[in-house]
Design a protein around this ligand. Sequence first.
Ligand code: 5AD
Ligand code: SF4
Length: 461
Amino acid sequence: MDDIDAMNAEPDKKVFIKTYGCQMNVYDSQRMEDVLSGEGYVGTDQPEAADLVILNTCHIREKAAEKVYSELGRLRNYKHGREKTGNDMLIAVAGCVAQAEGEEIIRRAPIVDIVFGPQTYQRLPEFLHRRQAGESAIVETEFPTEDKFDRLDQSDRVRGPRTAVARGVSAFLTVQEGCNKFCSFCVVPYTRGAEFSRPVERIIGEATRLVAAGVREITLLGQNVNAYRGAASDGCSWSLGHLLAGLSEIEGLERLRYTTSHPRDMDDELIAQHATNPKVMPYLHLPVQSGSDRVLKAMNRRHTVEDYIAVIERLRRVRQDIALSGDFIVGFPGETEADFEATMSLVRQVTYAQAYSFKYSSRPGTPAADRSDQVDDYVKIDRLSRLQSLLGDQQREFNGSCIGREFPLLLERSGRHDGQLVGRSPYLQAVHVSSNQAQIGDMVNVRVEKAGANSLSAHII
Ligand code: 5AD
Ligand code: SF4
């Protein structure tokens, strides 16, 4: 830009985006920022100073919607404060609460200007222009037939590599969205819609741009990522295993991960990648939710405990050092003490490096919400604390078992002390090292010296 352009340019508008929930929302928020940067917006971390505030919301468990309404209460004061100075603040609610609640959000929080679901964020500039032109509050929660990624990719082509979302050395890349599984507790098939896989070349293009911008590790995202079936220019439909193989040919890309997977979709091609592709990390997030066949059936998981164990055995056969993570729900309607004990015994049998566990939360519109045999909250609290204590022990044990081991570390950020750097192990643990030479983005070999509950420390060898 020359000097005259700089003088005439409008000052940047500021956008504050608050992201709730899963990694896909993190990715979506970054893409919203990219879309908005084309409209002259820059990010700010101060909501009170923002011209546009977006809450990118999550609906997966209890209180998610309530948190959004209380945040909107806080924003009301900021908005009124700015109106007094003659500056407007636009407020938008995006994501899964927006999708599920729609108009209700405007009714309960009239300060909201725009409500838009996860399938429409590429149209954000249009919504802003319409609202600024005086249209009444906008609610867009349709599932459009056009592919949102297509629209985003077009803007990529126009603006070239600048739009590649490179934030640090590790990046997320959405390859699949939506879910056709309809587990009876879950809102995702309703808020994110049917399964959709992005075409292969688009993904490889985006990954190549990320790597050119300094990214060394890519985590492929999807609600059902291992159900990925993407069209490729060779006329074939690629599975996730095939896609991992294709992506690993990108020079400079060191590590690949993927999340979240469903046990039913762990096919041979994907499992083989863990055996043969050194870029695929030996770590897998594979939710099982419950260790009781009776509960799995009621959850409509469409697999048994035995099926799940068989998948883990196949993985461990080809990749002995694979570490596992999972998701568990306690207190699903009708869950008895014996069902819960079956979950505990499955956890003891599998052993997890890390895991997430939740109290069942009734989600309006899902089949399980209508059941009359809901479990009392005090029972859920008790089961959750027993399960979390077991999972916590396993995590400490896994971290402790790493002492003395050597592995490559991808350095991601600086630590709290001078000369301290923090990287990720192949098993996604945060690992602290001291070095005056190594830099963020380097891959270094380390030997682990100490282990804590949530992180390790190591020295570079
Ligand atoms: N209640 C509790 N946990 C849930 N999850 C999804 N829906 C619910 C619900 N209604 C959990 C599952 C899933 C993770 C992302 O969130 O464990 O794997
Ligand atoms: Fe929800 Fe089940 Fe789909 Fe996962 S597989 S997103 S838990 S419906």
